[in-house]
Design a protein around this ligand. Structure first.
Ligand code: NAD
Length: 501
């Protein structure tokens, strides 16, 4: 059977030839909506060759001209905002408004790189020695690749390729095979915006395509966003093959609620952060740590009716606050975790298992779930569940709460809710977490700052977008130049540094 979603190579949609395809579902109905082609090694190689042909011309294009393409791309994204959001929602399941927000966050990165001439300004030191000047310039890495997860099929690719392209690289995107439509639309828009063919190629696929990229000698850098197990593999394999790799991975984000917090505000924040996008966000809050018995009781008491009252529905139900999860497999995994928590002795205060929506009985819906009295040895605490499940751990003291954050395997995000500046400052300074919020539940950095976690949430040296993104997608070259009037008589044999250079 021929796939509905193919590849985008050398400026055009190209039919898959591997004979392998995968079902893409409508998560709200559980039906197969379409099929995506899965690339073979040879098809990935064709994309690399296209990117290699495009590279010299694009790398030599002045940054201001590359910015012009990004300006035009920005206009087209705005024009196609709803179309893209719909493509995201249909395959991911998130509500239409949430998908629009996702596209808008990708757009932010495009706007950031519209300033690429300024961002690429190098360093210059006049007269580092007599008649000698030193210049630091940042040049493109070459052919870069991006491997992206299902949960932000438009935004996460736009964390990567706009920055890479603006820096003068060419790019190969391997999107998630679970919701591949949005990246194909985006690739078409870039051609419309004037991007030369071959600068952005999209190969759909699975492990076979990823492995082909990891082993291709012409790929210089790989950006990955996805789960920790796969991210570790990508990082180790990519590095072993001499590539620059950044791998942004899984998370278990804690929200600490101090006794002095504005509880109504904390509860609203936890609702959005735990259940928005059905918890399928790497910055979702999945653990609430209450400090003191009073805060714990008040939090549970206020949360429970709200979680029970969550409006759940398909993406095109404008009243829905949360949609289905992405696949039946995800639904089964999430429900298994809830059962494990229960068996481990936690209290399932609101149980989202076995939810069936009228008219959508085969959809992959899981109801909002609130689990109290979770302890740190339980799998619901240790593992990333990636669903609408909030675990509540009752800490007696602030120190105990902070130790939980510090001791957890993951280090993507953490937040503290308090009115006390001293406590907030101590938290910000002490936790080993990449993105920290003070009375902000999902502290996602804006596009001109950089996004990235610590510990098992990121492998590599660079976070993504912002100046870290510019550094990742460029190589530093330092030039030391002496002009004839600075040349002294005779050869110099000693390594004197300093004024002789
Ligand atoms: P995933 O790891 O299953 O897939 C990510 C990508 O890797 C996909 O393109 C997939 O095709 C590919 N892949 C899957 N298995 C592979 C294998 N065996 N070998 C090579 N490639 C393989 O992740 P997902 O389920 O699509 O996304 C959810 C995960 O992504 C969560 O863990 C979430 O926390 C994480 N995530 C992290 C961030 C972040 O910035 N830290 C952002 C978004 C999502």
């Amino acid at each position: 059977m021929s796939a509905d979603i193919q590849h985008f190579i050398d400026g055009a949609v190209v039919k898959g030839t591997s004979g392998r395809t995968k079902d893409v579902f409508n998560p709200a109905t559980g039906e197969v909506a379409r099929q995506v082609a899965l690339a073979s090694k040879a098809e990935v190689r064709a994309a690399v060759e296209s990117a290699a042909r495009a590279l010299p011309g694009w790398a030599a294009t002045p940054p201001a001209k590359r910015a012009q393409v990004m300006f035009k791309f920005r206009e087209l994204l705005i024009k196609n905002h709803d179309r893209l959001a719909e493509a995201v929602s249909m395959e991911h399941g998130k509500t239409f408004d949430d998908a629009k927000g996702e596209v808008a966050r990708g757009l932010d990165v495009v706007e950031f790189v519209c300033g690429i001439p300024h961002l690429l300004k190098g360093e210059y030191s006049d007269n580092v020695a007599a008649g000698v000047d030193s210049v630091g310039i940042r040049q493109p890495v070459g052919i870069c690749a991006g491997i992206t997860p299902f949960n932000f099929p438009a935004m996460v690719p736009m964390w990567m390729f706009p920055v890479a392209l603006a820096c003068g690289n060419t790019f190969i995107l391997k999107p998630s095979e679970r919701d591949p439509s949005a990246p194909m639309i985006i690739a078409g828009l870039l051609i419309e915006a004037g991007l030369p063919k071959g600068c952005l190629n999209v190969v759909n696929g699975d492990k076979e395509a990823v492995d082909a990229l990891l082993h291709d000698p012409d790929v210089g850098a790989i950006s990955f966003v996805g789960s920790t197990a796969i991210g570790r593999y990508i990082y180790e394999t990519g590095c072993a093959n001499g590539k620059r790799v950044q791998a942004l991975c899984g998370a278990k984000n804690h929200m600490v609620i101090m006794p002095d917090a504005d509880m109504a505000q904390a509860v609203d924040a936890a609702m959005g952060a735990a259940y928005g996008s059905a918890g399928e966000r790497c910055m979702a809050v999945s653990v609430a740590v209450t400090v003191g018995e009073e805060a714990a009781n008040s939090f549970i008491e206020k949360m429970a009716p709200k979680v029970r009252g969550l409006k759940i529905g398909p993406y095109n139900d404008s009243a829905a606050e949360m949609g289905p999860v992405v696949t039946q497999e995800s639904k089964d995994r999430i429900e298994r975790y809830i059962s494990e928590g229960e068996a481990d002795g936690a209290d399932v205060v609101v149980d989202g298992r076995g939810l069936s929506l009228q008219g959508y009985e085969n959809g992959f819906f899981v109801g909002g779930t609130l689990i109290d009295n979770v302890t740190k040895d339980m799998s619901v605490y240790k593992d990333e569940i990636f669903g609408p499940v909030l675990s509540v751990v009752r800490a007696k003291t602030y120190e105990e709460a902070k130790d939980l954050v510090i001791g957890h395997e993951y280090g993507n995000g953490a937040a503290i809710f308090t009115r006390d500046g001293d406590t907030a400052r101590d938290f910000v300074r002490d936790v080993n977490i990449g993105m920290v919020g003070v009375n902000v539940p999902i502290p996602v950095p804006v596009a001109y700052h950089s996004f990235g976690g610590w510990k098992a949430s990121l492998f590599g040296d660079h976070s993504i977008h912002g100046m870290e993104g510019i550094r990742f997608y460029t190589k530093l070259k330092t030039v030391t130049a002496r002009w004839p009037s600075g040349v002294k008589e005779g050869a110099v044999f000693n390594f004197s540094g300093g004024s002789d250079v």
